[in-house]
Design a protein around this ligand. Structure first.
Ligand code: AMP
Length: 175
């Protein structure tokens, strides 16, 4: 029985073959975010699944920011922004990781939360898992505990979940 959020995603998700490059089937969640009832259902499910288990949320640039801001507000917890390299000032931690073509890097400012704070990582899509794995390393290096991972959509054939260790991963929809 799909959850209310999953029903919204299944109805509104848009798919674009060969975007942004040949061979990629791009999953566009913006139509889900653009529907007020659907967006509320996403946030309710993500916040509810991990209720009482996190002290902060970390959103991954850029679509993860939308989810983290709303879950943070709903759960009344702190919000961290995990940004692409070169955008954060001051003392930052950096993690490089491989993409299907080339590499990327993510950064987190240090000293924003108390040591041991439980951080829930949020992003829109779990594909190969490289992005969330790098974010998880940042959370650990910053002295925080990884409370879980929440995504709207998991692309199971890419087996990203296997790169994330034994953390609890919640996907609203798995394709
Ligand atoms: P990953 O391969 O799990 O590191 O995913 C990298 C990032 O690219 C994630 O933040 C996803 O939001 C995005 N992404 C990867 N594959 C897709 C896809 N097929 N459709 C939409 N977004 C994607």
């Amino acid at each position: 029985m799909p959850t209310p959020a999953a029903t919204h995603v299944n109805t509104l998700l848009a798919s674009y073959p060969n975007f942004p490059q040949p061979g990629i089937l791009f999953r566009d969640l913006n139509p889900v975010f653009a529907d007020a009832a659907a967006f509320r259902a996403l946030i309710d499910e993500l916040a509810g699944r991990f209720a009482g288990e996190f002290d902060a949320v970390a959103g991954i640039e850029a679509r993860g920011f939308l989810l983290a801001a709303a879950v943070g507000y709903a759960a009344d917890v702190a919000v961290l922004a995990v940004r692409k390299g070169g955008k954060l000032p001051g003392a930052v931690l950096t993690e490089e990781y491989d993409l299907e073509y080339g590499s990327a890097c993510l950064e987190l400012e240090i000293g924003q939360l108390a040591a041991g704070s439980r951080v829930l990582v949020l992003d829109d899509v779990l594909a190969t898992g490289g992005t969330i794995a790098a974010t998880s390393r940042l959370i650990g290096r910053a002295g925080y505990a990884l409370a879980g991972v929440g995504v709207v959509l998991e692309l199971t054939e890419l087996e990203g979940r296997g790169r994330l260790g034994d953390v609890a991963v919640h996907a609203i929809v798995a394709l």
